[in-house]
Write a protein that binds this ligand. Structure first.
Ligand code: SF4
Length: 738
């Protein structure tokens, strides 16, 4: 290990900077910005762990523009993942009795080659599928797309970012011609007068982020939209800001109502609209009937608050600046793209985007959620954020890869459709999973698990026996964050270095190594590399001229600490703030797209047949929303293995309003059953007036009987492919104590 390796947190897209050191080199000091909603002081620098192959390792927060030295509990305790006793350290093959037994790497790779060849021979190349992840480094994400298309010859690759960023990405492409989560540095928020944050609870999910909200909050200009009085909403209202608490799934109507006020009270930026946008008239017509009192009847948000929000945003734009930020709460819907579009339309009415002191952004969640969607692991994309159907893009990538264009398959299936195809006659029969735990994180998880079990062969690359890995025919043990080199792109579009601080256990391999060996064995028509810098150099070339252009970025400049925001063309400079001169559409204008709420075309859940036939009918359903807790990350495959985090949050709890609980005879701490036609889960109830009476909240980090995604539905947004995670009908009743 190096004396002090400067790297970044293995978890979320804030990518807080940290230094990994031996305890002797530490100067323990309180860290600014840690856990602002947690009154407890920042924990003493990190749990020190003793990897079997190296010295003690300690995490310390490092000063960086996004986290300013702060880390949350997940970051502080992240080192304990590295020598966890549950780590998978050798390939494991499931035998005929369903038991995973160690095998050599040679045998593991040959079993894969055999399974791939069999699936291709019997069902065609698209019978092999790949499911990637938004936590993979840029190098892995890039090479995974190439591996799927050239080594496996399949079109069927997609990734879990489809569940995360796809709606906002589609809306950004539609409005601006380009999708970068935050088109400005996070620190720009510090000077804002007004920030409207919809569907994001950063005070719990990204605590160091809150430092950047402090200025607006202290000025009474922080406005949070959330059906719950979340930690962020509480932080807001304590500072004199606003908390708008709409009915789940009505965010689009709410945004149209705010836009209506902006237009009808003359608050719109007429000069900006005339000079820099197109499509304004259609939006005026589309919001015409969404006057505040009508919107109040749809959303439950008082008309006065709707008007107040519009006025504060316009006032803020004239003063220090106004920002509109969206998160998964408003994006994870079957109309998520239209909802994010409505947020962008509002920002365009106020003239916020394309300014150095105002803007619109979406808050990417996964560690490399931004880079993960740029380099070709999406079903419809090639590297550089190029469309796979674009003849010029295909010709360019064929040249970079040195293959005939005909060898690059066309578009594949978006994540939900890919998972629905598992084991089907014309679907995927042999699946590779990299950096994802779909058995917990995908919607309608019971159906996903059935699909995994119906496969002819399932390969999972992971460092723990996740719930998905447990279903695998073959588990390949891979390196963790502190054992590998690479790059990630944070929520600002800034490219960061991940540095190797430890030698991985002897039986563990990097995913780049695995892809390279398999490509050789499968006689892929192009070259692959296990060296991250070599892969990054190819990625630079592949991205050159694309929307997400990394061609001017190299490891040396990142090692020097240069702030490298894409697009960063070769010989040019990076772009911290996008759109200052022009938007990315051919005419340089941003595009308004008229959107209106449409009747939902999907069943949001119904009582099961057994429930419908039962004597004690369950009555009116409640609306389930899902989300995250401070202590856990995504499916919890990592954080549920960190003792300090498990001690703090050992289990899922259903947040339930006391009035709703009383109607069912449920007391705080009672076990409850939560069910619909897709499944039934059970956990303790946590009664709270912080949630609307018709709404319940369940975190999605937990598996099996506590798995929220056993209840969510796999219906998707027709534009983005985003599943409906946020408005499932469920029935609640007391359960027998577990
Ligand atoms: Fe890691 Fe995100 Fe926590 Fe920062 S906020 S320490 S990046 S999990």
């Amino acid at each position: 290990m190096t004396a002090g390796a400067d790297t970044h947190c293995p978890y979320c897209a804030l990518q807080c900077a940290m230094t990994l050191t031996s305890p002797a080199a530490l100067t323990p000091a309180p860290q600014p910005g840690s856990d602002p909603v947690d009154a407890a002081p920042a924990p003493a620098p990190a749990a020190a762990v003793s990897p079997a192959n190296g010295p003690l390792l300690t995490v310390n927060g490092r000063d960086f523009p996004t986290n300013r030295g702060g880390l949350c509990r997940k970051g502080w305790t992240s080192a304990s993942l590295l020598d966890h006793p549950g780590r998978v350290t050798e390939p494991l093959l499931k035998d005929d009795d369903g038991v995973h037994r160690p095998v050599s790497w040679d045998e593991a790779l040959m079993r894969i080659v055999s399974a791939v060849k069999k699936a291709r021979a019997e069902h065609g190349a698209d019978a092999v599928g790949v499911f990637g992840g938004g936590g993979l480094t840029n190098e892995k994400a890039y090479q995974l797309g190439k591996f799927a298309r050239l080594a496996l010859g399949t079109s069927r690759i997609d990734y879990n970012g489809r569940f995360c960023m796809s709606s906002a990405a589609a809306a950004g492409m539609r409005a601006f011609g380009l999708d970068r989560g935050l088109p400005f540095p996070l620190a720009d928020l510090d000077a804002a007068s007004t920030i409207l944050m919809l569907g994001s609870n950063v005070a719990e999910t990204m605590p160091p982020f809150v430092q950047h909200l402090q200025g607006a909050r202290d000025a009474g200009g922080l406005i949070v939209v959330d059906p719950r009085r979340s930690a962020t909403a509480a932080f807001t209202s304590d500072g004199g800001g606003l908390h708008l608490q709409p009915l789940p799934g009505t965010d689009l109507a709410l945004l149209l109502g705010i836009s209506h006020v902006v237009i009808h009270e003359g608050l719109a930026d007429a000069a900006f609209i005339a000079e820099r946008t197109a499509g304004y008239d259609a939006v005026v017509r589309s919001v015409g009937s969404f006057w505040p009192e009508r919107v109040q009847s749809i959303t439950g948000v008082p008309a006065g608050l709707i008007r107040d929000t519009a006025r504060r945003l316009a006032d803020g734009a004239r003063k220090g600046g106004s920002y509109i930020l969206t998160g998964r709460g408003v994006e994870q819907h079957v109309d998520g793209t239209d909802t994010a579009t409505a947020a962008i339309n509002l920002s365009l009415l106020l003239g916020l985007p394309g300014s150095a002191r105002s803007g619109y952004g979406t808050l990417t969640g996964q560690g490399n959620g931004q880079g993960g969607r740029e380099h070709g692991q999406k079903a419809d994309q090639l590297p550089g954020y190029r469309k796979i159907t674009d003849p010029a893009a295909r010709a360019y990538m064929a040249k970079v890869w040195g293959v005939p264009e005909t060898l690059i398959p066309g578009p594949g299936l978006p994540a939900v459709q890919l998972l629905k195809s598992l084991g089907q006659p014309d679907g995927v029969r042999c699946l590779f999973v990299h950096g994802a735990n779909v058995a917990v994180s995908a919607p309608d998880a019971n159906a996903v698990i059935e699909g995994l079990r119906s496969l002819d062969f399932l390969v999972v690359c992971d460092f723990f026996l996740s719930e998905t890995a447990a279903e695998a025919d073959l588990i390949l043990p891979v390196t963790q964050w502190a054992e590998e080199e690479g790059t990630l792109t944070n929520l600002e579009g800034r490219v960061l270095r991940r540095r190797r601080a430890l030698t991985p256990p002897p039986g563990v391999r990097s995913e780049l190594w695995i892809m390279t060996r398999l490509a050789e064995l499968l006689h892929a028509p192009s070259t692959f590399s296990e060296d991250p810098e070599t892969v990054f150099e190819e990625l630079r070339l592949a991205s050159s001229g694309g929307l997400a252009d990394y061609s001017g970025i190299d490891y040396a400049m990142l090692d020097r600490g240069e702030a490298a925001y894409w697009p960063y063309p070769s010989g040019g400079t990076g772009t911290p703030r996008l759109f200052l001169d022009a938007f990315a559409h051919a005419d340089g204008r941003a595009v308004f797209t008229a959107v209106t709420p449409r009747r939902r075309s999907v069943s949001r859940g119904s009582a099961s047949a057994a429930e419908r036939g039962s004597a004690d009918h369950l009555g009116k359903p409640m609306t389930l929303i899902t989300g995250r807790l401070m202590e856990h990350y995504q499916s919890g495959a990592q954080t549920r293995r960190v003792a300090a985090l498990v001690e703090a949050r050992p289990e899922a709890r259903l947040q339930l309003h006391p009035a709703a609980a009383a109607a069912q005879g449920i007391a705080d701490g009672d076990y409850v059953s939560i069910s619909n036609e897709r499944g039934e889960v059970s956990c303790r109830a946590e009664l709270s007036t912080d949630i609307r009476p018709e709404t319940v909240f369940l975190p999605f980090h937990f598996p099996e009987l506590e798995s929220a995604n056993r209840l969510t539905e796999a219906a998707t947004d027709p534009i983005s492919g985003m599943p409906e995670f946020k408005t499932s009908n469920v029935w609640i009743r007391p359960a027998v104590s577990g």
